[in-house]
Ligand binder design. Structure first.
Ligand code: CP
Ligand code: NVA
Length: 313
């Protein structure tokens, strides 16, 4: 992973995912000594963020490194100056860039011209850091990943794409219920099917919520309108209105099923308050685990590991 970009979950092998999850567990449980002293991270964001920004910023600081946040207004990616020039300039100042871009193509262009590694901090196509942290949360709650059933309800968006790839890499079954026109992309699905062939996981795309949720260990949902799609909010609300995770739907999953959401949530749309704040919800553990995963990722990418640890996986 050292020196490599992370633009997609597909940039990682299943062994690298296992290693990251093992590192994350060590970090969270305190058996970790690492130093990123003298190393620096730039957060280059075209969209708002709470979890991604704060978790990366605190991860870098707590490991002894430095961080600079560049807000959407300051960056002007492709507006104030070409993306390729921004990439080449920032690379002269920092050791790694985490970028949140409107378009995945902007991220690819940044990575092409940057001489330091680029991390996808969310694009319109993927959110790999969220998916990796989510695998860790699932492992923490269920003690395993292989053979579990994850049901994703709603828009086949960036979060769904990364989760689908991550689940199929590690042998978790992935079922997604979304209406016509809001399914995961064929490109991602083809890639995930290749992984599933190797790992033995099942993938199901359906429009029927009940079919996806029956027997689920994890029920996962995300907003109907992602950042950058605000013009479509009413259209999306109409199309996705039936795809709400509420108590009635959750009852169809296993008795010990957990409810996951990357946050921020649009309460009352894709998920109801009682479910989000109820006993099955692990959404704040998910948010916390972004910090531990960010540390593991930065450490592997920058090579700050000082003491190898035994693998938990
Ligand atoms: N889940 C997540 O990425 O949240 P932010 O948009 O607040 O970073
Ligand atoms: N799908 C959401 C995820 C936010 C973390 C978005 O892109 O806005």
């Amino acid at each position: 992973m050292k020196g490599k970009d992370l633009l997609s979950v597909s940039d990682l092998s299943s062994e690298e995912v296992d290693l990251l999850l093992s590192d994350t567990l060590s970090i969270k449980t305190g058996g970790w000594l690492s130093s990123l002293s003298g190393r620096s991270l730039a957060l280059l964001f075209e969209k708002p963020s709470l979890r991604t920004r704060v978790s990366f910023e605190m991860a870098m600081r707590q490991l002894g490194g430095q961080v600079i946040y560049l807000s959407p207004d300051e960056v002007g990616l492709g507006i104030r100056e070409p993306v390729a020039d921004v990439a080449r300039v920032i690379s002269r100042y920092v050791d790694v860039i985490a970028a949140r871009t409107n378009s995945h193509q902007t991220l690819e262009l940044l990575a092409e011209y940057a001489s330091v590694p680029v991390i996808n901090a969310l694009s319109d196509r993927e959110h790999p850091c969220q998916a990796l942290a989510d695998l860790f949360t699932i492992y923490e709650k269920k003690g395993d990943l292989n053979g579990l059933n994850l049901a994703f309800i709603g828009d086949g968006n960036n979060v769904a794409n990364s989760l689908l790839l991550a689940a199929s890499l590690v042998g978790m079954n992935f079922r997604i219920a979304s209406p016509a026109g809001y399914q995961v992309s064929d490109e991602i699905l083809d890639l995930a099917r290749d992984y599933a062939g190797e790992s033995g996981s099942d993938i199901l795309c359906t429009q029927e919520l009940e079919q996806a949720v029956a027997g689920a260990d994890i029920v996962y949902t995300d907003v109907w309108t992602s950042m950058g799609q605000e013009d479509e909010v009413e259209k999306r609300r109409r199309a996705l209105a039936g795809y709400q995770v509420n108590g009635q739907l959750l009852d169809l999953a296993k008795d010990d099923a957990i409810l996951m959401h990357p946050l921020p949530a649009h309460r009352g749309d894709e998920v109801t308050d009682d479910v989000l704040d109820g006993p099955a919800s692990v959404v704040f553990d998910q948010a916390e685990n972004r910090l531990h995963l960010a540390k593991a990722l930065l450490d592997r990418m920058l090579g700050g590991l000082e003491f190898p640890l035994s693998s938990h996986f």
